[in-house]
Design a protein around this ligand. Structure first.
Ligand SMILES: [Fe+2]
Length: 348
């Protein structure tokens, strides 16, 4: 775009002289005889530079300099002043003017100053555009890395579920239900994102559990049960090197804590259990009860709901159970899609 200069001076002969000089040098220009007219022209046209007289009756150049810099930060301003008044001009430079010229003008040095100001302005704009472009490139790249990361984790979850046909789709259903509950109780979106991810990986530690224990068709012995109870901590250890969110790790670690403090691994009590873990505990149990297992048939949904209600305050956070049950009764949980998408868990 052609650089256009606005000449602002209340004295007609000086303005005319300046305009003539600019015309000779091939600049495109317009003129204004006072501050109000200058601001009006700036609002209606695109200028690169303003030659601004300091001393004008009424609103002076020093008065409108901050207005111009604030509203049009890309416009360069060169102040024009009487030779005796340079301290004010220097003050203007501190407030954002690029340079000042003294009257009477030496047009060659004015032209030099204009060219330098325009060059500096062009470089600043180019530099800013480059930075913006770079930021977009970096954020696109970060998004690609995040997608690759979430895809890897999803694959890991599928690998886990492939070992155990009875829990196929479990992590996905738990995730979806946990997100519905989290949003219903009004958790902020970043916590909901953490819960979404934690839901997907909450049982990842079962990769470290002996397959015949995992798929045992009968009742577990106490040592087998103790072995299975290791999965939240194994999961946390698997995820620690790749997940930098403490919230996600603590949800995974504590999703088998009980509200009465009798859960594992740490026996945390009530409000000391992370909210995400309390939510996963409820939806995880519901999904486990209503799914077929090697050692029992699936429970009817109503029976599972009454089990949750029985566990209020002992196994489960009562408020979470109430929220879950009311969502379930409104068909917000039951109709969850059980397909396993690959990229469903990617944050925006
Ligand atoms: Fe679990």
């Amino acid at each position: 775009m052609v650089n256009k200069i606005l000449v602002v001076d209340d004295e007609d002969p000086i303005r005319a002289l300046l305009c003539m000089g600019l015309k000779k040098k091939g600049y495109s220009y317009d003129e204004a005889s006072n501050a109000t007219q200058a601001l009006d022209k700036l609002s209606r046209d695109y200028f690169s530079l303003v030659l601004l007289d300091i001393n004008m009756p009424g609103t002076s150049g020093t008065d409108i300099l901050p207005v111009i810099k604030e509203k049009y930060p890309d416009i360069s301003v060169i102040m024009a002043t009487a030779a005796t008044d340079t301290s004010l001009a220097i003050q203007c430079m501190k407030e954002g003017a690029y340079d000042y010229i003294t009257k009477p003008f030496d047009f060659n040095s004015l032209s030099l100053s204009i060219d330098r100001a325009l060059d500096k302005r062009r470089l600043e704009i180019e530099n800013r555009d480059y930075k913006m472009h770079l930021e977009q490139k970096v954020s696109k790249q970060a998004e690609r890395i995040r997608k690759a990361f979430f895809n890897s984790i999803t694959s890991l979850v599928y690998a886990l579920e492939a070992r155990d046909v009875y829990t196929f789709g479990h992590s996905h259903r738990v995730t979806q239900a946990a997100v519905v509950v989290s949003e219903k109780i009004g958790l902020n979106s970043s916590l909901v994102d953490d819960i979404r991810f934690a839901g997907l990986v909450h049982d990842i530690g079962k990769i470290g559990i002996n397959e015949h224990v995992l798929n045992k068709p009968g009742k577990l012995t106490s040592s087998e049960y103790e072995h299975i109870k290791l999965h939240p901590e194994i999961g946390t250890r698997i995820l620690e090197p790749i997940v930098n969110s403490k919230d996600i790790l603590s949800i995974v670690k504590h999703h088998h804590e009980r509200f009465d403090g009798r859960g594992y691994p740490d026996g945390l009590l009530e409000g000391t259990i992370p909210i995400g873990a309390r939510i996963i505990a409820v939806v995880d149990s519901f999904d486990a009860m209503t799914s077929e297992r090697p050692y029992r048939a699936a429970l009817p949904h109503e029976k599972a709901i009454s089990e949750l209600l029985n566990g209020k305050g002992s196994q489960f956070d009562p408020d979470i159970v109430d929220t879950f049950v009311s969502l379930w009764r409104d068909n917000k949980i039951e109709n969850i899609d059980t397909e396993l998408p690959v990229l469903d868990y990617i944050k925006k």
